[in-house]
Ligand binder design. Structure first.
Ligand code: FES
Length: 139
């Protein structure tokens, strides 16, 4: 599905009114939720992430998104929409570990691009313990 059609589906706005969001630091859409502090009770062990098929381990703070961890680890994980949960290019497969729940925006995007029920958007998924992911081939 083209970005404009997905935007229209998610927002209810006509496609011609859609303006692509390109600012990766914007608090628009649901991105602000990803900056909320994580309560200790929500953690399942010390947070870290292993990009298993690439052999890259990255120490992270609780609540870091998988995309932010990838960037911190020098991994060029695709993120065409700038982390706004609208393109699906940052998708990874979560093999193990505790991560944040999926919200409506992420679910709507994954409905279009998901191939496996463990697939998550790296830009929306927060790390809540030792997490292992697999990264699909990148462009
Ligand atoms: S960067 Fe576009 S959905 Fe994550």
């Amino acid at each position: 599905m083209a970005f404009g059609k997905l935007f229209s589906k998610l927002t209810g706005k006509k496609e011609k009114e859609a303006t692509p969001v390109t600012d990766s630091t914007s608090d628009d859409w649901n991105r602000a939720d990803k900056k909320e502090p994580v309560a200790a009770a929500d953690l399942d062990g010390p947070p870290s992430i292993r990009f298993d098929n690439l052999g890259i381990d990255v120490p992270v703070e609780a609540g870091t998104t998988i995309l932010d961890a990838a960037v911190a680890g020098g991994l060029d994980l695709n993120h065409y929409c700038g982390g706004m949960a609208s393109c699906g290019s940052c998708m990874v497969t979560v093999v193990s570990g505790k991560v944040s729940d999926m919200d409506d925006m992420e679910e709507a995007t994954l409905d279009v691009v998901m191939e496996d029920d463990r697939d998550r958007l790296g830009c929306q998924t927060r790390i809540l313990g030792p997490v292992v992911v697999i990264v699909p081939p990148q462009d």
